[in-house]
Write a protein that binds this ligand. Sequence first.
Ligand SMILES: [Zn+2]
Ligand SMILES: [Zn+2]
Length: 119
Amino acid sequence: MRTRYTDTEDCTCDICGRKKFSKFVRTTKKNKPGDLKKLVGFSIHHKHYRTMYKESRDDIMILCNNCHDAGHMLATNSRICPSVYGQLYDNFVTQTGWEHEPYIIRKKQKYVNKGKKAG
Ligand SMILES: [Zn+2]
Ligand SMILES: [Zn+2]
């Protein structure tokens, strides 16, 4: 079994650069120097789900939970309230390389005109 992307000792957020772990410097009751200390939760963000369970590094982003939540919040809010969040989301995408394809079966979109004339 391969090590999960977020379990490596140098796991770093693709967006903000913070690290998931620091190392203990001194001996404590439970730890010795060099043991990993978790600083913050991390998530694997899937840019798309076409390679689910056999994703390569290019298919995902490794993000701290703050950046991950921010990306999804901006994506959702940019649809709900584009006048406020649209530009923010566009900037976020440009600056971070964020990509996201929602987990839905995408059929080719066919708009059938059911008799109404476009006006
Ligand atoms: Zn981050
Ligand atoms: Zn995600």
